[in-house]
Design a protein. Structure first.
Length: 632
């Protein structure tokens, strides 16, 4: 049994018998002990404390639950006996479901969530509510370690019910929980949790950000427009909990899936009104906003009046994509505008008559990365589908040749010769492939081989292929220097906004700010595009003042609470990153970290890289995480 599966079993039985969950350090001690690690290896920051207090309490707790003496050296035998005992005690009557309901903390979401909970509990099923929003607490029905329990509840639940209102649709925590629920579902033979979405005043044609749109594909969905819809909706949910035979292809009737609605949403093309010159604004009175303020939610719309041109990078990319066999590499941490820039490159290429395909590896199921063969088949199938070409992938996949040969032949015979126009692939979130080093070496080597084919061999054909490769961090997998696409082509590393760009954005939002006010905002969040725009949206709409923002920013109730909790959740799922980042936020000097850990923290956007030395990216992160990590 894998360590994670053993922990999941222990979590379930401990909660069933005590009504409480293991805390973060107890989970860390359990996993480390299961893998045969010492306390010093498990928690090098303070091994004596962990052994004397955390470990002691954990083994006492398991002794009570397993009804036999449990120690660090002897717990695996007790665990095996408990698992066997549990399997023998499983009765057919135990058909009750565990339902996790994620919802926004305000009306009408809150009332609907409470009504669903009441109805599901009346039917003798278990429910848990996970709220997102301004409450500052994410699982109010749980105890003080609420954020640490999110992943536990996702692992334990049979159904994950997302109440998706316009407010929840821009919540980083809501999107991250949906991603995690789908990841768990796709990795399990029983396909649990089943994921369902109820769209509250959020019609199926509502524009959503790129990530959320992709995560909702294949997910059963229902619309809620008023309280009159509640009784029928509750009855449908109860029917689904009872009638498991109604499952169809991993999803559930009678919910409607994104594919059934036509799914993909188009970007609006840029218009002349989207560009406003600051010179036209009067400086002696508050400027008018260039458009109705919009809350940033991932990729910036092509027509958005709040998109900041990345000078000189966009002009370089527009010129490069016209070259035969072009390869553009865009690198920056999360939420820096990489996908927005890629979308504009693809739009520019499309205006030249090129065929374009955006493809995010973040949205591929875990099974896609089980082998190179699976990855390349998925790669070809997705491109074929987006180009609306006949599916011929199976015809080209034979055991006679290797998967790279099969993929190359498919491009040569089916994708590239289709027309005389170039084919531009926007490959987003390729960092996902880095997690699978054996696959990564071959996959990226194949991209490099195609790039080189444009210069020789069957050059006329491969010159039609243009690649835009987007990633969040340095390449931390060992790739052959002669087979890597990360040392050829046009490299673009997106920087943060400079003060002049932030000043321009304040004008676009109708804020008459001086340089001192810009400096105050940037002292907290630097020139981070997403965090700056979130601040300006809330300031422009009168939801808070600059002084309130600066005071509350590093707190749970502050403007960035949702963003910070998502980072905290991720760190708690990866103790090695949490331990490293703790060192970073507890000192005012640059900290040397192992290169892979440093790259991963950088890709999350938490640190600045200076070789192998790192510093917290913003004072916002130093203040918030010092309180959460250094004191645990």
């Amino acid at each position: 049994m894998k360590a994670e599966d053993a922990l999941e079993f222990v979590e379930k039985i401990v909660h069933a018998k005590t009504g409480k969950h293991l805390n973060d350090l107890e989970r860390q001690v359990f996993l480390g002990s299961y893998e045969g690690k010492t306390y010093e290896e498990i928690y090098p920051l303070n091994p004596e404390y962990v052994e004397r207090y955390v470990g002691y309490r954990l083994w006492q707790k398991l002794s009570n639950v397993f009804e036999e003496r449990v120690t660090k050296k002897m717990f695996r035998g007790a665990l095996e006996r408990a698992i066997k005992k549990e399997s023998l005690q499983v009765e057919k009557v135990d058909q009750k479901q565990r339902v996790l309901i994620s919802h926004w903390a305000q009306e009408p979401d809150l009332t609907l969530a409470l009504q669903l909970c009441e109805a599901v509990q009346a039917a003798k099923h278990q429910t848990f509510r996970a709220t997102v929003g301004s409450t500052g607490r994410d699982l109010p029905t749980l105890e003080e370690d609420w954020i640490a329990q999110i992943d536990t509840q996702l692992k334990l639940c049979d159904y994950y019910l997302l109440l998706l209102s316009p407010q929840a649709a821009v919540s980083e925590m809501a999107i991250e929980k949906l991603r995690r629920a789908k990841e768990l579902r796709d990795s399990r033979p029983n396909h649990k949790p089943v994921v369902l979405a109820i769209r509250i005043n959020c019609p199926l044609n509502t524009p959503l950000n790129h990530d959320l749109r992709s995560y909702l594909q294949g997910i059963g969905q229902r619309e809620w427009k008023s309280p009159a819809d509640t009784p029928n909706l509750i009855q449908e949910i109860l029917n689904l909990l009872v009638d498991g035979e109604r499952e169809v292809g991993g999803e559930w009737n009678p919910f409607v899936t994104e594919e059934e609605t036509g799914g993909e949403q188009k970007n609006v093309t840029p218009s002349a009104s989207a560009t406003v010159h600051s010179s036209a604004l009067a400086l002696d009175s508050p400027p008018l906003p260039v458009a109705e303020p919009e809350l940033p939610s991932g990729q910036v719309r092509l027509a958005s009046a709040f998109y900041v041109e990345r000078v000189p990078y966009e002009a370089l990319c527009y010129k490069e994509i016209l070259h035969p066999g072009a390869l553009i590499r865009i690198k920056a941490p999360r939420q820096m505008g990489k996908t927005s820039l890629m979308a504009r490159i693809l739009y520019h290429a499309k205006e030249q008559g090129y065929r374009t395909v955006p493809l995010s590896f973040q949205h591929a199921d875990a099974g896609v990365f089980s082998s190179l063969n699976q990855l390349l088949q998925w790669f070809c199938a997705r491109i074929t589908r987006k180009l609306r070409l006949p599916h011929q992938v199976d015809d080209y996949w034979t055991d006679t040749y290797g998967s790279k040969d099969n993929c190359t032949d498919y491009f040569q015979d089916c994708l590239l010769p289709e027309t005389d126009t170039p084919l531009v692939l926007g490959l987003d979130e390729v960092d996902r492939v880095f997690q699978y080093p054996i696959i990564a070496d071959d996959f990226f080597g194949l991209l490099r081989a195609w790039y080189e084919e444009a210069g020789y061999g069957d050059g006329d054909l491969w010159e039609k292929l243009r690649l835009v490769v987007v990633h969040s961090t340095e390449v931390y997998v060992p790739l052959n220097v002669n087979q890597s696409p990360f040392n050829v082509g046009l490299p673009i590393e997106l920087p943060e906004f400079i003060p002049e760009q932030v000043q321009d954005l304040t004008q676009r939002h109708g804020l008459n700010w001086n340089a001192s006010q810009v400096e105050q905002l940037m002292s907290i969040v630097g020139g981070h595009p997403y965090l700056v725009r979130v601040a300006l949206y809330n300031l422009a709409t009168g939801q808070l003042t600059l002084d309130q923002l600066l005071t509350q920013a590093p707190t749970e109730a502050g403007l960035y609470g949702d963003h910070l909790r998502r980072h905290l959740w991720h760190l708690q799922q990866h103790p090695e990153l949490a331990a490293a980042f703790t060192k970073v936020v507890t000192t005012h000097e640059p900290v040397e970290l192992e290169s892979v850990v440093a790259f991963k923290l950088h890709s999350l956007g938490l640190v600045h890289l200076q070789g192998n030395y790192v510093t917290p990216r913003f004072d916002l992160y130093r203040q918030y995480f010092y309180e959460r990590l250094a004191t645990t």
